[in-house]
Design a protein around this ligand. Structure first.
Ligand SMILES: C[S@@+](CC[C@H](N)C(=O)[O-])C[C@H]1O[C@@H](n2cnc3c(N)ncnc32)[C@H](O)[C@@H]1O
Length: 235
């Protein structure tokens, strides 16, 4: 299962070294928010701890125990816990005014989309906002999608290799098969289309979005989706 492979990868990741992009929820969005915020897949807590500098009660969850333990030791104002956003979390219904996700959904594959969408919807308050910053399907990755394609059902996934620069060297399916055998594939990331994201969070309304080209944490040019979904008042 792809999600289990990715979970294992992050569970063994070194705290303090998670590669993160620099994009953050914009000021225009934050100035309208008060109350409680949750950062899902918080990693080293960069977004959560920025949010905690505002008048917000901030929570951060991640599947990686060692990373969350290191975050807790910093004694920040963030309330951290080990939780999986694709399962039912401990938060009551309608808990949050804001939920953020940056480069978290890219680790989560089809088999969990339904529960992910339902959980975000359940814990968001009516009129609450969900800010998403995640990789979009990008033309610059087309060869890598094609290579991954014959082994995976989802045509917009990319194999991530343990050695830097290996992605450039692996051009044929035989090379990929060898890399898999030699355990050089460390995880498989998902690049989304806007339509897929809208479909996963179909009970939320996409109220604004833009695409932007950025350098991914691993240094490749990639298109990204920055969107804000809202839970409607009467849901
Ligand atoms: C690329 S890191 C991004 C960290 C952080 N959001 C940032 O932008 O700095 C992805 C994080 O998502 C976490 N993650 C992956 N799947 C998750 C899940 N199902 N529930 C909660 N966290 C998850 C990983 O453990 C990892 O810390």
């Amino acid at each position: 299962m792809l999600n289990d492979q990715n979970a294992e990868y992050w569970q063994n990741y070194k705290p303090g070294e998670i590669p993160s992009p620099t994009q953050e929820p914009p000021e225009e969005l934050l100035k309208s928010i008060s109350g409680r915020a949750l950062d899902i897949g918080t990693g080293d807590g960069k977004i959560a701890e920025k949010l905690a500098k505002r008048k917000l009660d901030v929570f951060g969850i991640d599947i990686a125990k060692n990373i969350i333990e290191a975050n807790i030791k910093r004694n920040s104002k963030v309330d951290y816990s080990v939780q999986d956003i694709t399962k039912r979390t401990t938060f009551p219904d309608n808990s949050f005014d804001l939920i953020t996700s940056r480069y978290t959904l890219t680790n989560i594959h089809q088999e969990s989309w339904e529960s992910l969408g339902e959980e975000v919807f359940r814990i968001l308050k009516p009129r609450g906002l969900f800010w998403v910053f995640e990789p979009l399907v990008s033309a610059s990755y087309s060869e890598r999608y094609r290579l991954s394609n014959y082994l995976l059902k989802d045509k917009n996934c990319v194999y991530v290799f343990s050695e830097k620069n290996l992605a450039e060297k692996i051009k044929k399916k035989e090379d990929l098969e060898d890399a898999i055998k030699q355990k050089k594939v460390i995880r498989i990331v998902k690049h989304y289309t806007r339509e897929e994201l809208e479909n996963i969070f179909k009970e939320l309304k996409l109220i604004q979005w833009r695409r932007a080209e950025v350098n991914s944490p691993s240094g490749f040019k990639i298109e990204t989706f920055e969107g804000v979904f809202q839970k409607q008042q009467n849901q």
